[in-house]
Design a protein around this ligand. Structure first.
Ligand code: FES
Length: 193
């Protein structure tokens, strides 16, 4: 089983930006333990499209950068982006092979592992940690959390089980965990949003 760290409540990265009207904005990155002290983050402000638009537009378009250099195989972290948790996992080759071997025709929301990851960065699974049933935050990314029947994520609200690629396998959730827009800027530096 993957040995993810406690991704609970330690803030090691913070970035501050200013909207056009001067409102101060903060994006907090929550990561696990001291083992992740090297996981950093910076926020990027999208170019202004319309100076007359309120700061909400800027906030909505904000992106974050996360350095995954210290995220070892089998580990996962939770970061905050646009007010939502994002789970980032570094899957070992055996887990990737297992996820790729799943017969997607048997899935409620058929999607291959490769469709949920990017070529060249298949080891990193990046998904929004919000259950597609009623919006609870599933457990499973942190060490010691219940991972459900498919060794992935478990939403205890009404019992949705996701596999380790975030695909819904059991319970009321209708869809897989959502994959956000992201782009790798280098082998280990990713921009989300
Ligand atoms: S919100 Fe996840 S199972 Fe209901």
């Amino acid at each position: 089983m993957a040995t993810a760290p406690d991704a609970g409540d330690h803030t090691v990265g913070e970035a501050v930006g200013h909207s056009p009207d001067g409102v101060r904005r903060r994006d907090f990155i929550y990561v696990a333990t001291g083992a992740f002290a090297g996981v950093g983050a910076v926020a990027a402000i999208w170019p202004f499209v319309d100076q007359m638009n309120p700061s909400a537009d800027v906030l909505a378009l904000a992106s974050i950068e996360v350095n995954l250099a210290q995220l070892a195989e089998g580990q996962g972290i939770k970061v905050s982006w646009r007010g939502k948790p994002v789970f980032i996992q570094h899957l070992p080759p055996a887990k990737i092979a297992e996820a790729q071997a799943v017969d997607v025709s048997s899935l409620r929301d058929p999607q291959t592992y490769d469709e949920r990851t990017q070529e060249g960065h298949r080891q990193y699974l990046i998904q929004i940690g919000v259950c597609t049933h009623l919006g609870c935050i599933p457990a499973g990314v942190a060490a010691g959390e219940v991972k459900g029947d498919f060794d992935g994520f478990f939403c205890p609200c009404h019992g949705s089980h996701y596999d380790d690629a975030g695909r819904i396998r059991k319970g009321p959730a209708p869809k897989n965990l959502v994959i956000p827009e992201y782009e790798f800027l280098s082998d280990t530096n990713v921009r989300i949003g």
